[in-house]
Design a protein around this ligand. Structure first.
Ligand code: 5CA
Length: 440
């Protein structure tokens, strides 16, 4: 792919309306473009990153046996009236009327719709548990949309739902998602801490937010520092039973603002382990029993009696994660974005110095590009006539992990090769292929 032919509208300076790093960088590198307040178009660079995140989220849902479906963005008000949330949800819900004057809404979440699907499809306890998820746009008419993709009105979310016969089975499903979230965030190279949280408009009395510590976060959190050691313990993730894993986390105080209690904090955490800070909520899981199944009459037959199913719901902010990863990984001092390799917009950038009358560098770049493409390495050639140093600056800002520089100093099969954030070294092209393939 040629940079000159791609839709990557880079801005010279940080846009003044953006207050936090991720918002600035996403606008500056042309990842997104605002369409109206809290609503964005995703341009190729941003869209690629989001799709890669989405795929990792999807794989980890599939791994625990959740079934992927796709529900619509537009829902009927009827089911929301059944659950009682049509009034409760208030002004955050975007309400629409069709030409027959029927009340519709743009879904802010999907508990009602999935319950409706469940009750009309599943009749026997023998079909439980049922775990379903979808990845779909949501709309919440936030009072103050801000910080770019962090608090939008339209945003992309993975939401999953579990249906079980008993409370105990439902807790097991909750724990499966708990573990699956830890694995998902680990693959994204993030340390997201599960914190006891308020359930808000979703309801229920058990809930965890998964929070990345960051100054620019909107959630205030209070925790025992030792919980970070649990999060970094790979063995715990792989070996512990689900219940043991939950217990491991439960040993340490970690709560969001609404659950905070100074007395409990003082009793449970020594002063050197206390951490009061801010974070970004990238996921949120809920257990709410029969809050929806009872009013909506979603039950199964169990040995002749009718049992309302026990439900939970599990969200990941897929579009928010793009911004959250920037907040966590951006190197402010050197203006370098360090995407984890698995989700970087390109694996490799080839930066040839373009001379008017001599096509040698460009041809060399093309040959390398063809070879990398044949190995499924996602590569872009910057064929513009900018100087090498400005090309390098640009690709540091975008955050492409490997860069091949074909400048004056390049001889036949020797070019400058650098990994982002490190110095360039003269390297044989064959050697470069090996290094990149090894790291992927
Ligand atoms: N139905 C439940 C779980 S599926 C639910 O909607 N949970 S939620 O309200 O907590 O949202 C899930 C995740 O979506 C949040 O953890 C957050 O990462 C993301 N999210 C929520 N609101 C916004 C918003 N306005 N902009 C961007 N992302 C958001």
């Amino acid at each position: 792919m040629y940079f000159s032919k791609s839709l990557i509208p880079i801005l010279k300076n940080n846009p003044s309306e953006a207050k936090i790093k991720s918002h600035q960088l996403m606008l500056r590198t042309g990842m997104i473009k605002q369409s109206s307040a809290g609503i964005y178009s995703w341009l190729p660079l941003g869209f690629k990153v989001m799709k890669k995140i989405e795929q990792i989220v999807r794989e980890e849902q599939d791994r625990i046996g959740a079934q992927e479906i796709l529900m619509p963005t537009i829902q009927s008000s009827e089911i929301w009236k059944e659950s009682g949330r049509y009034e409760d949800y208030g002004e955050e819900m975007l309400r629409i009327k069709d030409r027959q004057n029927r009340e519709l809404l743009y879904g802010p979440t999907n508990e009602e719709l999935i319950t409706e699907i469940f009750r009309s499809s599943i009749k026997s306890y023998k079909s439980l548990p049922q775990l379903m998820y979808h990845i779909q746009w949501k709309f919440r008419d936030e009072l103050r949309p801000r910080f770019g993709v962090m608090r939008c009105r339209e945003f992309y979310m993975k939401d999953a739902y579990s249906f079980d016969l008993t409370d105990e089975d439902a807790q097991h499903s909750y724990n499966k998602f708990f573990l699956s979230y830890l694995k998902t965030f680990k693959r994204l190279d993030l340390s997201a801490i599960p914190m006891a949280a308020d359930t808000g408009p979703i309801g229920g009395n058990l809930s965890h937010e998964f929070v990345i510590i960051a100054d620019t976060g909107e959630s205030k959190v209070y925790t025992d520092r030792r919980i970070f050691d649990v999060n970094n313990d790979e063995v715990a993730l792989d070996k512990k039973s689900l219940m043991d894993l939950r217990k491991e986390y439960n040993k340490y105080y970690a709560v969001t603002d609404e659950k905070f209690n100074q007395n409990e904090f003082d009793i449970n955490v020594t002063s050197e382990n206390k951490l009061e800070t801010k974070g970004i909520e990238v996921g949120h899981i809920f257990y709410f029993g029969d809050k929806y199944s009872k009013p909506m009459n979603a039950s199964v037959d169990f040995n002749g009696s009718k049992e309302f199913v026990k439900m939970g719901s599990y969200g990941v902010g897929v579009s928010r994660l793009v911004g959250a990863i920037i907040e966590a990984k951006y190197d402010e001092k050197n203006e370098i974005m360090k995407w984890p390799l698995a989700i970087s917009p390109f694996h490799c950038a080839i930066l040839p110095q373009i001379n008017k009358n001599d096509k040698t560098n460009l041809e060399k770049a093309l040959n390398i590009h063809e070879h990398l493409k044949s190995k499924n390495i996602d590569t872009i050639i910057d064929d513009t006539d900018e100087s090498i140093s400005s090309k390098m600056k640009k690709f540091n800002l975008i955050g492409v992990p490997f860069q091949i520089i074909i400048g004056k100093k390049s001889e036949d099969d020797l070019v400058e090769f650098k990994e982002i954030g490190k110095d360039a070294t003269k390297t044989k092209i064959e050697e470069i292929y090996k290094i990149i393939i090894n790291k992927l």
